[in-house]
Design a protein around this ligand. Structure first.
Ligand code: DHB
Length: 297
């Protein structure tokens, strides 16, 4: 299943998404990180963030609600304490970058760009749970951040979008300013009501949501983005088995990313790799590349 893209060897197209597995902690020994195509760390800000007041996550059968608020140790602690545990992993490492301002993205990247074994950077321009997190809907922010980023790093840059509204003009802008891959998508924004307490479940009222329920919403974004631009896309949202993965690949995803599925079963990412491999063998294909976008008309 291996393939080369942007000068990087990927074992397969399956990525572990930023967020649900944080920075490893409780998942060492449970998720088989090194068989994955790539793994994406939780988004990093300049300073440590404790995130939103709890509760932060609610897991239901078809939906995972999140109101984390970019909880993370900050760039410096990541570099000194977390990166060393992963730097020799035999999988591509993706650093996800967040920020409170356009300049903070660049400041964070300056530091992270010195880490030799990080293969790609992901710009989280679409955090649903912090005020002003949706940089992806501001043309000036997209231009400023991408111009700056491209001046700092030669490594490939992923831009992660929100699935809210018409994203195509913003994706087009990001591509024209050098985005190498488009990640579709971050969590849509919703709300959960606590019917016992007769009030919103989360302190911040609105929240991100993911899980099985978001698949058709985000699959549509992948389909229409691929149709418009034929660009490299990471499909992310409600992928629980290899059939979900194939729907994304057929709709134009070059990579597929697994997020909240690991809350239900740690083994889902490796099961998807195993089942995809079996499917491709049956189709007499060495990798998935001939299938990318095959359903798009
Ligand atoms: C958070 C950030 C995200 O980008 C996301 O998709 C979900 C949650 C957060 O930290 O709140």
């Amino acid at each position: 299943m291996k393939f080369k893209f942007l000068n990087i060897e990927f074992k397969n197209p399956v990525i572990l998404a930023s967020g649900p597995w944080w920075f490893g902690e409780e998942y060492f020994g449970k998720i088989n990180f090194q068989i994955l195509g790539a793994i994406t760390f939780k988004s990093l800000t300049k300073n440590e963030r404790i995130g939103n007041p709890p509760p932060n996550i609610l897991i239901e059968e078809y939906v995972v609600y999140n109101s984390v608020g970019l909880k993370n140790p900050g760039v410096d602690k990541f570099i000194s304490e977390i990166y060393p545990k992963f730097k020799n992993f035999e999988t591509a490492l993706i650093c996800s970058i967040a920020g409170h301002s356009e300049d903070e993205f660049l400041e964070n990247l300056e530091k992270l760009n010195k880490l030799e074994n990080i293969s790609l950077f992901e710009l989280n321009l679409s955090c649903p749970n912090v005020d002003g997190g949706l940089f992806c809907f501001n043309e000036n922010s997209i231009k400023y951040i991408l111009k700056g980023v491209k001046n700092i790093t030669k490594k490939p840059v992923i831009v992660k979008f929100s699935p809210e509204g018409n994203i195509l003009p913003y994706v087009e802008l990001a591509l024209s300013y050098g985005a190498d891959i488009i990640n579709l998508a971050n969590s849509p924004i919703g709300i959960k009501i606590d019917i016992e307490k007769k009030k919103p479940y989360f302190e911040k009222v609105f929240c991100g949501f993911s899980g099985r329920a978001v698949k058709p919403i985000i699959l549509k974004k992948v389909y229409e983005t691929y149709k418009a631009f034929k660009c490299p896309i990471i499909g992310l949202g409600g992928i629980f088995d290899y059939k979900d993965a194939l729907e994304y690949i057929f709709s134009g995803a070059l990579f597929i990313s697994i997020g909240s599925a690991i809350y239900y079963d740690y083994k889902i990412p490796e099961k998807i790799i195993f089942d995809l491999e079996k499917y491709l063998k049956n189709e007499k294909l060495d990798n998935h590349l001939p299938l990318v976008g095959i359903a798009v008309k």
